[in-house]
Design a protein around this ligand. Structure first.
Ligand SMILES: Cc1cc2nc3c(=O)[nH]c(=O)nc-3n(C[C@H](O)[C@H](O)[C@H](O)COP(=O)(O)OP(=O)(O)OC[C@H]3O[C@@H](n4cnc5c(N)ncnc54)[C@H](O)[C@@H]3O)c2cc1C
Length: 724
C-alpha cells in the first residue's frame, strides 16, 4: 500500500455527499448543516446539562421545538404551497435530518419526526381539504402571520391487552351519536393510547379506532383536536429509560367530532358510513416510509461513536513519568492492542453498511413516491379500485419480470422497443420499485436497529467504565439504550421479520436479487478487495436455501416455509438483511470511486479514504457471509433427522482431527485440504456452496488488519464539536 493510500482524516461531508448521493442536491446539503447546528448546539447542550434525567416534558425541552422550526426542520416535511421549501419527495431529506439529530441524541430526532408521523396519515391518505388544513397549521409561522404552530401525535398503540405488534386488536371505538337528515354525522370517539410520542404538547392526534356501531363499517383513523368537546387527557408521562428528549404519555380521549375528521373521508352506502380507508391501510402507507428514518438513527450513532473512541484509545496511557510524547505508548495508547482496533473496525463497518442501506432505502422511496401517485391516477382513469387493483397487478407482474430480464440482458441482445415500452410503463415501474421497497424498508428497520443496538454495546464496551456513565464522550451509553427503543417503536423486530418473510419471496423482488448476484460477481472481477465475491457467494447460498425451504419439509413431513413457522422465515429474513446491507455499502463505495475524483477538495485524501472504505466493505461482507452461512446451515440441516438416530452417523467416521483427541500436539496435526465432509443425501450442493463461501473469506482478515492500521494513523480533531 502506497503512502497516498493511508487514511488521513475521518470521512467528511464531501465524502458523505457522494456516498449518499446528495452531491448535486444543494438544498439537502443546507438542510444537513441546519440540522447539525441544532443537534450539536441546543440538543447537545440539553443532554450535557442533564435534561435527560426527567420524564416530564419541561420548558427546557420544549425549546427544542422552536429550534427545529427556526432551522427549517419542521417545514422540511411540507410542500412549498403548505409552507415548506422542498418540492417533490422528501424521504431522503427527512432521513438526513434524523441522521444528524441522532448523531447527538435520538430522542431529539424522535421529537422532530413524531410531528411528521402524526401528520403522515393525513399526508398519505387524507382528503385534499384535510391535507391542506392540517399541513398548513403544522407549518412554521411565515413572516406576517400570527398563529400558533399545531403539533401532531400519532396514536395507534393501546393499553394492554389491546394494540401493540398486533395492530388489529383495536380497543378504541367510534360510534355515531347524532345523524340528522341531510347533515354530517357526529361521532363519539373513545380511545386510550399507550406510549404516545409528542403527547405532552400535541394540539391534535391522528388516532386508530374500530367501529363500535353497526352504522359504521370496519375501522378507520380519525383526527382529534385538543379543543373538541369531551375529554382530551394527555395522561401521565411514560417512565422511559430512553429518548428522554421526546415526550411520551398514555393519553385518554373521549371526544365528539364531525365525521369529516375520518382520514380519507367516507361514503354512505345503504345507511352505513363506509370509511375510504381502514386503519390498517393507512398505517401500512405511513410505516412503509417512516421506518427507514428510524433505521438511520441507529446508523448515525454507530458512526458517531468512532471519533470519541479513537480519542479515548489514544489518550488512555498518557499518564506516568516514563510515558513521554512521541513514544508508541503515549501516542497510541490502547491502539497498541489489536483487539481494541478490530472491534472498532466492526462498529465502524456496521455503521457504514447501516447508513448505506438506510439512505439507499430513502432514495428508493423518493423514486417510488411519484410512481405511486401516477399509479393512483392511472387506476382512477381506468376505474380500477380496491381488490381489482390487486388482480390488475397480478397480470402486470409478468411484464415486470420481462422488464427485469431485458434490463439484465446485454443491450445488443434485447428488443429495444419492448424494453423502452416497459421502461415507460408506470405500472410496471411501480411494481418493480414497490417490490424492492417492500423488502428494503423492513430490512433497514430490522437490521440497522437490531444488529445496530448490539454493535452499540460493543462501542460502549470500548470506552471501559466510562461507556456506562453519563459522562461518556459522545453519550455512547445513552445511545446504546436508545437504540433498543428504535428497534421497538414503529413495530418491533418481529413485525419487520413478519413483513420480510412475505415480501422477500415476491418473484419481482427475487428477480432483482438474482441480478445482484451477477452484479456482485462483475464488481468482484474488477475490484476483488471489496468483498463483492464473498457477497455474491453468500447471496447464492441464501437463494439456494430459500428455494430449498420453500419446497422442503421437516423430518415429520411438515412444510418448512410457512407463515406460522417463524423459526424458518424469521431467520432467513435476518440472513437477507446482512446481504442487503453489504450490497448497498459496496454500491456506495463504487459511487465514490466514480465521482470522488471530480471533487478537487477530495483529491489528496481520496486514495486513502477509498482504500479504507474498501477494507470496511470487505470486513462487513465477510461478517455478513458468516452469518448467512450459519443461519442457512442451521435451517437446511436443522430440520432433518440426524443419521445417528438411524444408526449411520457420518460424523463418527475417522478424520485427521481424531489424532488430536488421541493426544497429539497441535503442531502435529496433519494439514488437510478443505472439502465437504458430510454425506447427507441431496445436500451436496449446499455443502459445496458453503465450502465455496468459506473459501471466499480469503484475505478478509488482511483487510481488517489494514483497516485497523489506518485507525492508528488517522488524524482526528482535538475535541468533539459538541458539548459534553
Ligand atoms: C418511547 C416509546 C414511544 C412510542 N411512541 C408511539 C407513538 O407515538 N404512537 C404509537 O402508536 N405507539 C408508540 N409506541 C408504541 C410502540 O410502537 C409499541 O410499543 C410497539 O409497537 C410494540 O408493541 P407492544 O409494546 O405492545 O409489544 P407486544 O405487542 O406486546 O410485543 C412484545 C414482543 O412480543 C413478541 N411478539 C409480539 N407479537 C408477535 C408476533 N406476531 N410474532 C412474533 N413475535 C411477536 C415480539 O418479541 C415483541 O417485541 C411507543 C413506544 C415507546 C416505548
Amino acid at each position: 500500500m502506497g503512502e497516498t493510500e493511508v487514511l488521513q482524516t475521518l470521512p467528511g461531508d464531501d465524502v458523505r455527499q457522494i456516498l449518499w448521493r446528495l452531491a448535486d442536491r444543494y438544498d439537502l446539503q443546507m438542510l444537513v448543516q441546519s440540522a447539525r447546528s441544532v443537534a450539536r448546539g441546543p440538543v447537545a447542550r440539553l443532554v450535557a446539562e442533564g435534561a435527560r434525567s426527567s420524564h416530564d416534558w419541561t420548558p427546557q425541552k420544549a425549546q427544542l421545538l422552536k429550534a427545529f422550526d427556526d432551522a427549517g426542520l419542521t417545514a422540511a416535511f411540507m410542500d412549498p404551497e403548505q409552507g415548506g421549501f422542498i418540492a417533490g419527495p422528501k424521504n431522503l431529506a427527512l432521513a438526513l435530518i434524523a441522521f444528524e439529530l441522532a448523531w447527538v441524541d435520538a430522542g431529539a430526532a424522535t421529537c422532530s419526526l413524531a410531528g411528521n408521523l402524526g401528520l403522515s396519515p393525513i399526508h398519505e391518505r387524507g382528503t385534499p381539504e384535510q391535507r391542506d388544513t392540517y399541513m398548513r397549521r403544522a407549518a412554521p409561522v411565515q413572516p406576517g402571520e400570527s398563529r400558533e404552530i399545531w403539533r401532531a401525535a400519532f396514536s395507534l398503540t393501546e393499553p394492554i391487552p389491546y394494540v401493540g405488534v398486533e395492530t388489529g386488536l383495536l380497543g378504541g371505538k367510534v360510534r355515531i351519536i347524532e345523524w340528522e337528515d341531510g347533515k354530517e354525522p357526529i361521532l363519539q370517539v373513545d380511545k386510550r393510547g399507550r406510549f404516545i410520542t409528542n403527547m405532552g404538547f400535541a394540539n391534535f392526534v391522528t388516532a386508530a379506532v374500530d367501529s363500535g356501531d353497526p352504522r359504521i363499517k370496519g375501522s378507520c383513523m380519525v383526527i382529534l383536536e385538543e379543543t373538541d368537546p369531551g375529554v382530551f387527557d394527555r395522561g401521565a408521562p411514560t417512565k422511559k429509560l430512553v429518548h428522554q428528549l421526546s415526550s411520551t404519555n398514555d393519553p385518554v380521549f373521549s371526544l365528539k367530532i364531525p365525521a369529516s375528521r375520518i382520514i380519507g373521508g367516507y361514503r354512505i352506502k345503504d345507511g352505513v358510513l363506509v370509511p375510504s380507508y381502514s386503519h390498517g391501510e393507512i398505517i401500512e402507507a405511513v410505516f412503509k416510509r417512516t421506518r427507514v428514518t428510524v433505521g438511520l438513527m441507529t446508523a448515525a450513532k454507530l458512526l458517531s461513536a468512532v471519533e470519541p473512541i479513537i480519542r479515548y484509545q489514544r489518550g488512555r496511557f498518557r499518564g506516568g513519568e516514563s510515558v513521554s510524547p512521541g513514544s508508541p505508548r503515549y501516542e497510541l495508547g490502547l491502539q497498541q492492542r489489536e483487539d481494541a482496533l478490530h472491534r472498532l473496525i466492526d462498529v465502524w463497518a456496521t455503521g457504514e453498511a447501516a447508513s448505506s442501506l438506510g439512505f439507499g432505502a430513502a432514495r428508493l422511496f423518493d423514486e417510488l413516491d411519484p410512481l405511486e401517485r401516477q399509479k393512483g391516477e392511472v387506476f382512477a382513469a381506468q376505474g380500477v379500485t380496491g381488490s381489482a387493483q390487486m388482480r390488475a397487478f397480478r397480470k402486470i407482474q409478468k411484464d415486470a419480470l420481462e422488464f427485469l430480464s431485458l434490463a439484465a440482458a446485454p443491450e445488443s441482445a434485447r428488443d429495444p422497443q419492448r424494453f423502452e415500452a416497459l421502461s415507460e410503463d408506470t405500472l410496471v415501474q411501480y411494481l418493480v420499485k414497490d417490490a424492492l421497497a417492500g423488502v428494503l424498508c423492513p430490512a433497514c428497520k430490522l437490521w440497522n436497529t437490531g444488529h445496530g443496538a448490539n454493535m452499540m454495546r460493543e462501542a460502549v464496551s470500548l470506552m471501559g467504565g466510562y461507556g456506562i456513565t453519563e459522562d461518556c464522550p459522545g453519550f455512547l451509553g445513552q445511545k446504546w439504550m436508545d437504540a433498543q427503543l428504535e428497534a421497538t417503536y414503529e413495530g418491533p423486530e418481529a413485525v419487520q421479520r413478519r413483513q420480510l418473510s412475505v415480501t422477500m419471496t415476491n418473484e419481482v423482488f427475487l428477480a432483482q436479487f438474482k441480478d445482484w448476484v451477477l452484479e456482485m460477481r462483475a464488481i468482484a472481477a474488477r475490484k476483488p478487495g471489496t468483498g463483492a465475491c464473498t457477497l455474491a457467494s453468500a447471496m447464492k447460498l441464501w437463494l439456494w436455501s430459500l428455494n430449498y425451504l420453500l419446497q422442503g419439509t421437516d423430518a415429520d413431513g411438515t412444510k418448512l416455509y410457512l407463515g406460522t413457522r417463524q423459526g424458518v422465515t424469521f431467520a432467513l429474513a435476518d440472513a437477507l438483511c446482512w446481504l442487503l446491507a453489504s450490497r448497498y455499502q459496496i454500491l456506495d463505495l463504487l459511487e465514490l470511486e466514480a465521482k470522488g475524483p471530480e471533487n478537487p477538495v477530495l483529491a489528496e485524501g481520496l486514495p486513502g479514504i477509498f482504500q479504507f472504505l474498501t477494507d470496511l466493505c470487505h470486513v462487513q461482507a465477510a461478517r455478513g457471509a458468516g452469518e448467512v452461512g450459519r443461519i442457512c446451515a442451521e435451517l437446511v440441516f436443522g430440520y432433518q433427522r440426524h443419521p445417528a438416530w438411524d444408526g449411520e452417523c457420518a460424523c463418527a467416521e475417522p478424520d485427521p482431527v481424531d489424532s488430536l483427541l488421541a493426544g497429539k500436539g497441535l503442531g502435529e496435526l496433519p494439514v488437510i485440504k478443505a472439502g465437504p465432509c458430510v454425506r447427507f443425501g441431496g445436500m451436496e450442493e449446499f455443502v459445496r456452496l458453503r465450502a465455496k463461501l468459506d473459501g471466499c473469506l480469503t484475505g478478509m482478515r488482511l483487510a481488517k488488519d489494514r483497516a485497523a492500521g489506518a485507525l492508528t494513523k488517522v488524524m482526528i480533531p482535538e475535541a468533539l464539536d459538541y458539548p459534553q
